[in-house]
Design a protein around this ligand. Sequence first.
Ligand SMILES: *[C@@H]1O[C@H](CO)[C@@H](O)[C@H](O)[C@H]1NC(C)=O
Ligand SMILES: *[C@@H]1O[C@H](CO)[C@@H](O)[C@H](O)[C@H]1NC(C)=O
Ligand SMILES: *[C@@H]1O[C@H](CO)[C@@H](O)[C@H](O)[C@H]1NC(C)=O
Ligand SMILES: *[C@@H]1O[C@H](CO)[C@@H](O)[C@H](O)[C@H]1NC(C)=O
Ligand SMILES: [Cu+2]
Length: 640
Amino acid sequence: MARASLVLLLVSLADVLAQQVSPTVVSPPAQPSYTGTLGAFELIGNSLVSAQQMFLGTADRVFFLDKVENNAAKIAGHPAWASEYALAGDSHRAMDAITNTFCAGGTVLGDGRWINIGGNKAVTYGGDTAASQFGGGPYDDPDGGKSIRELVPTDDGECEWTSGPEMTTRRWYPTVETLQDGSAIIIGGCNDGGYVNSANQDNPTYEFYPSTGAPINSPFLAAALPINLYPLTWLLPSGLLLMQANRATILLDPRSHKEYKLDDIPDAVRAYPASAGTVMLPLTPANNWTATVLFCGGADNDYWKTNWDIAALPASSSCVRLTPDISGKYTRDDSLPQGRSMPNLISLPDGRVLCLNGARTGTAGYGNETWAVGMSYADNPVLMPVMYDPGAAAGARWSSAGLSASTVPRMYHSSATLLPDGSVLVAGSNPNTDYNVGPKIKYPTEYRLERFYPSYYNARRPQPVGLLSQLSYGGPSFDVTLSADDLLGDARNAKNASVVIIRTGFSTHSMNMGQRFVQLDSTYTAFGGNNSATLHVSQVPPNAAILAPGPALLFVVVAGVPSVGVQIMVGSGKIGVQKMLPIGDLPESSFVDAAASASNNGGARQGQGTDSSGTRLELGLGLGLGLGLALGARTLLALF
Ligand SMILES: *[C@@H]1O[C@H](CO)[C@@H](O)[C@H](O)[C@H]1NC(C)=O
Ligand SMILES: *[C@@H]1O[C@H](CO)[C@@H](O)[C@H](O)[C@H]1NC(C)=O
Ligand SMILES: *[C@@H]1O[C@H](CO)[C@@H](O)[C@H](O)[C@H]1NC(C)=O
Ligand SMILES: *[C@@H]1O[C@H](CO)[C@@H](O)[C@H](O)[C@H]1NC(C)=O
Ligand SMILES: [Cu+2]
């Protein structure tokens, strides 16, 4: 019996070793290469095309996608509607996105490929439908409605968009979210566009990429007409998808196709074109990696029903939260200091959320109506950013203290993304049918890039030693060391160190699809003698619905100051079922004071001031297999 279970154990260990990702230790991240004005925006460069869509593809490269329009930059003999921007070099190049990417969706897959999904028909000047849908002048932009475009980002300036297999149905304004196996779900959209959707062109279905077959009908999407474009969607730790459109909210089981109705969202319409800002708040050991989604702003009126001056409609300031795996009831959160449509909510490595971009009146969209501002359906840009602290007491979560305003209105078709150095890149704004600039244009086609510098930006950054290039779901913990400088000269600051993974997401239409913040479990051994510390860090929780596989940024944050993020791979680096490994208990946090370390060489558990935070489950079966795979309480939960 004992032998049998030993054999079993060895077999599963071999399995574990075979499946184990092969991380390398990465060099400690450096300091940012320049300084910024804290709390402020700086104009830095040019996106070459208007940044309707953008994402961070490598630690140094940002990719932009525009709609087809008359940009001066040319590629393959036609105006470009895609580009790449090198952060370190402040240089850019035009790219060929092949088909019309107008209001496409996107995400990154588990193997590191980015996909860009759907779009509009071929157009000619003024956004009007082109004579040929298969290319040719003036823009040579084949119909993108069924397109799947792929990019494997590199730092060599050589990567290019390629065409994947076409979808069977047209999707303009689809949402895309990465799933537990690193594949993607592609949701909704319409055939021909318009300010809002309509029954005669609706596509209330979802499908997967890589494809698993024909699109599946969603009663929820069909019922949410006309506000069912770009449905707000997040993969939840339960494995269900939270979806919100019009006033309705559901949980979708993407496997059984069952939909479970939750409460209607109060106060305002949040999805496009009301375009609230939305973000999943940090998933942390303290909240047991439970997802809470924040929705802020939008339009509190059935504005789409008549032709009236939408651009003058005050935007909503309401914020609500939902913790959908626990309860289907929304709770009201602190309101924004002023109404706002089209904000971006960006997760910062210190756990706060930056709200920027958007307008105080109106919604997304544009047209030739007499009441439009130029063509914009919004007016009164909100130039002032505001910071949300999810840990602050109710009533004190929003603050603009220490922040200053941008000088660039970021209206419809703006975007924003976190960068590895912890600054935020801001781009886009183009409420125009075609490239449109000039002194009389209040909201022109905008190419200017800005960086926003959060309060930690100029502080000396931690330079942790021992970060890994690839993390598994469960498996052996790893150690990261922090120097006295990293700990601000006091080993006790190890108590205030955290290790966080951020997937920065695909930014478009006030969403950052796939954006997620996951804090890893960690403990510390801090040394009073030399004021250094070792962090003992768990791998990713063994549940790929907490963080889907694929590339992400890894930060170590000490007393609110993040290291420069390093790009890592989460999971196997392949699309497919990810191996869930047991996750061991970590050593208890301890503080080894100077006297103790002098007298007994500093064993982690020997220090006098052993700090028993006492919250950790110390079941520690301690199998001592030399792999650091101590099976603990969490393991057992994960395995059975
Ligand atoms: C709106 O105006 C532009 C520029 O004048 C024109 O090219 C386009 O056809 C108009 N669109 C519609 C839908 O009327
Ligand atoms: C944390 O969440 C998991 C499910 O994701 C659950 O099994 C476990 O009981 C929770 N732990 C605590 C302490 O609430
Ligand atoms: C951690 O650091 C932040 C930023 O300096 C500070 O506000 C907070 O009080 C610290 N927390 C602890 C537990 O020391
Ligand atoms: C600090 O002291 C501890 C205990 O003596 C030792 O293990 C560690 O290597 C030292 N760290 C540094 C950076 O000197
Ligand atoms: Cu759009």
